[in-house]
Design a binder for this molecule. Structure first.
Ligand code: URP
Ligand code: ZN
Ligand code: ZN
Length: 527
């Protein structure tokens, strides 16, 4: 039981900004208005937000805490990862369940809950990866959308051949299933088969260092896969979310499909908005290896700014981090073979400051758009808005007092993550989380964290979320197969049909021609 009053700040939501105080009671925002006063003698924690912004806590929709991957386990777990998140102003994450292929999806989901619940320091949801396909998996997907599991998105890998990757026909069927059960499909868009071939060629030529990672994954392959995923999703009538958009070709594919009216969202990540891929050629192996992630950072130095421009103009919609951290010594597993370097970078602690610096401080994003891309839009896409992602009465009190003018220098020596490097090392950023309030408790203030592990809660996410599925049923209706009934010239009748059926025309109409007409929508039909 606690009351917090945030005084004299500027409250910023994704659609409005106003001078107001914010009153929080028992974990919920109860009032937002100019000059709130509280009764004498009431036990109230006052937070002064003069000259500061009061914003919804960040939501990172893409994390991999303690993920077992490429023979290693990511070092930042649900405790260190979420503590660091709070220090940076992020108050909710959506982590990916990527279980062992030998166990079912529900078993994997339970394993993740078992890992997260005792440790997690902020609220969290789960998205489940589908790395093999069968009717049983389809059933499990449906089961997972029930309230007791609360999963409304599934992830598919078009990369990591031989481990997580599924093929196009499996991906297509899985997206048809997503459409049926009201779930969002999320995709890692790369061409796993072409990459595998290129990796072998590079290794055979003696290119074994981290520079081989980027050369084996040209950004055209990310663009091809993003386009392929968008085309297949539209054909499956399934809403699509492309994770970690790292290159211009991939972003362009997403933007083009959005223009066509397809339901597709694109997520650039903090690393991709701040860094380019020239670092893969660094003489210092550890430094170059620290950047190894997939898809790789773009070698085109103009990409980070271009991605931010697309975010500003709503051609990309939401930022994440893809936080998946491996220590230097873990990365060294690939010392003689870049294909064995565990993939992943940090970002969870720094993403809010990175997006502020590269977006708002550079004049590309307004503070409202900043709130949209770092918080509200994720809440809308995953169906927890306005409980999350909004400063308004009734919303969870996940609130950050943000100092837009203060600067800090990002460094491994001061960060709260366990990982022993920081890909943003030495970067000076404007925009600092001064105070973080998570579910009504002040957890970060004066540079100090005060939070107990296990206090974060699981947030079940519901299927058929209107923000994502609002047009899907009508699209299905508008594109239903059409069967043209017509009198056929007798010479086109097949002998079997002529002989075997009392009513050959009827049998032809219903059976033989149905498949030929499925590409015609009702609006194409003239008669
Ligand atoms: O390199 C990356 N991105 N590591 C995490 C796993 C994934 O692909 O999202
Ligand atoms: Zn991925
Ligand atoms: Zn990822």
């Amino acid at each position: 039981m606690s009351t917090i009053l945030i005084k004299n700040g500027t409250v910023v939501n994704d659609d409005s900004q106003q001078r107001a105080d914010v009153l929080i009671k028992d974990g919920i925002i109860v009032d937002v208005q100019y000059n709130i006063s509280v009764g004498d003698g009431e036990d109230v924690e006052i937070v002064d937000a003069t000259d500061k912004l009061v914003i919804p806590g960040g939501i990172d929709p893409h994390t991999h805490l303690q993920l077992p991957f490429m023979g290693m386990t990511a070092v930042d777990d649900f405790e260190s990862g979420t503590r660091a998140a709070l220090a940076g102003g992020t108050t909710m994450i959506i982590d990916f369940v990527i279980g062992d292929k030998s166990e079912g999806l529900i078993k994997s989901w339970q394993k993740w809950r078992g890992w997260a619940d005792p440790k997690v320091c902020c609220d969290y949801g789960l998205s489940v990866a589908v790395t093999k396909w069968s009717p049983e998996i389809a059933e499990e997907m449906e089961e997972l959308t029930k309230p007791e599991y609360g999963v409304n998105s599934f992830k598919f890998f078009l990369a990591y051949k031989g481990s997580f990757m599924i093929n196009d026909s499996e991906f297509f069927e899985a997206m048809q299933q997503c459409s049926k059960i009201g779930a969002l499909a999320r995709v890692h868009a790369e061409n796993g088969s072409a990459i595998e071939k290129k990796q072998q060629e590079l290794l055979a030529l003696g290119v074994t260092g981290p520079e081989g990672h980027t050369q084996s994954r040209p950004e055209e392959l990310e663009g091809e896969a993003a386009n392929r995923a968008c085309v297949l999703a539209a054909q499956a009538n399934c809403p699509l979310y492309v994770v970690h958009v790292m290159s211009k070709p991939a972003a362009k594919a997403i933007a083009e499909h959005r223009v066509k009216g397809h339901v597709v969202f694109g997520e650039p990540i903090a690393a991709g908005l701040a860094l380019d891929g020239r670092g893969y050629y660094d003489k210092d192996w550890d430094k170059a290896a620290s950047l190894v992630m997939s898809p790789p950072l773009s070698r085109d130095p103009s990409t980070p700014e271009a991605l931010m421009d697309l975010l500003a103009s709503d051609q990309l919609q939401v930022t994440g981090t893809d936080n998946c951290t491996f220590q230097c010594c873990q990365k060294r597993q690939g010392l003689n073979d870049f294909t064995k370097i565990p993939n992943g970078v940090n970002g969870l602690e720094d993403q809010m400051s990175i997006v502020w610096e590269k977006g708002v401080h550079s004049g590309k994003l307004s503070p409202m758009r900043f709130v949209a891309v770092t918080s509200s839009t994720a809440a809308k896409i995953f169906g927890c808005y306005p409980r999350k992602g909004r400063i308004a009465p009734g919303s969870d009190a996940d609130v950050v007092v943000w100092d837009p003018k203060r600067t800090r220098v990002i460094s491994q020596s001061t960060h709260h993550q366990k990982v022993d490097y920081n890909v943003f090392e030495g970067m000076r950023v404007h925009g600092v989380a001064e105070v973080t309030i998570c579910r009504g408790k002040t957890v970060w203030r004066d540079g100090q964290l005060s939070v107990e592990k296990g206090t974060g809660r699981y947030v079940p996410l519901s299927p058929f979320n209107d923000f994502v599925f609002g047009t899907i049923n009508r699209k299905k209706e508008m594109s239903r197969p059409v069967n043209v009934v017509r009198d056929l010239p007798s010479h086109t009748l097949r002998p079997a049909a002529q002989e075997g059926s009392k009513s050959p025309r009827r049998s032809l109409e219903n059976k033989d021609y149905l498949a030929d007409t499925t590409n015609f929508t009702r609006s194409n039909q003239t008669g």
